[in-house]
Design a protein around this ligand. Structure first.
Ligand code: BEZ
Length: 212
């Protein structure tokens, strides 16, 4: 059975552009996005890594560390880093795992043989400070990921962890949210949502984002 939401993200030790990396110790108390790339010196991956580097302030603000993976070795990653920095106009500010032996790729089921026998697909694992896998996204090699969407996803996870709400379609930070269906006690609802709510249906209750 593959890794499922709620399961503990497997620990590992692997080489990286910042030296040997023991995953759980490196993650510490932070949230993590672990995201795989098919190969070094490929165009889409180059733009993705530059994009994540430019978003460092946004990830920091949410307490998130970025960790990339590609199946080439450290020497190749370091040569590629020079290219990424030149072409994307930004310094890389997070490690890239050198997963030449596919240890992490196999542990996280990032190689999908029907897509490609040896290269990883574009996997994303969002992992919380308790090391639980909270969300996964899988894209093919031909499609670059939308890292604004990954930030939006993290905003939703962090908000819904601390309030009895869920986030509707296309929600973004600051928009109205919905009260979780399990919450039915009117007194509790009044206490938790002093700004009130709009019940479009008994099960569809919009309320202003409670932490705003
Ligand atoms: C890329 O990152 O550009 C890429 C990698 C593998 C296949 C196709 C595109």
């Amino acid at each position: 059975m593959g890794l499922q939401l709620g399961s503990i993200a497997p620990d590992f030790e692997q080489e990286s552009t910042e030296g040997p990396l023991r995953f759980h110790a490196w993650a510490g108390e932070s949230w993590v996005i672990l995201f795989s790339h098919p190969k070094d010196f490929t165009p889409v991956c180059t733009t993705e890594l530059g994009t994540v580097a430019k978003l460092k302030g946004e990830f920091d603000r949410r307490g998130v560390k970025a960790l990339a993976l590609s199946v080439d070795d450290v020497a190749s990653h370091l040569r590629w880093t020079v290219d990424i920095e030149e072409t994307q106009g930004t310094k890389l500010n997070f490690p890239i795992l050198a997963d030449g032996d596919r240890k992490v790729s196999n542990l996280y089921d990032m190689i999908h043989p029907q897509a490609n026998d040896t290269l990883t697909v574009r996997s994303v694992f969002v992992i919380d400070p308790n090391k639980k896998i909270r969300a996964t996204i899988t894209y093919p090699a031909s499609t670059g990921r939308n890292f604004d969407e990954i930030l939006r996803l993290i905003d939703s996870l962090q908000l819904t962890d601390s309030h009895s709400v869920a986030t509707p379609a296309n929600w973004k930070d600051g928009d109205d949210v919905v009260i979780v269906p399990s919450l039915q006690d009117p007194e509790v609802i009044a206490k938790k949502f002093p700004k009130g709510y709009n019940a479009v249906r008994p099960y569809l209750r919009f309320t202003p984002q409670p932490n705003r």
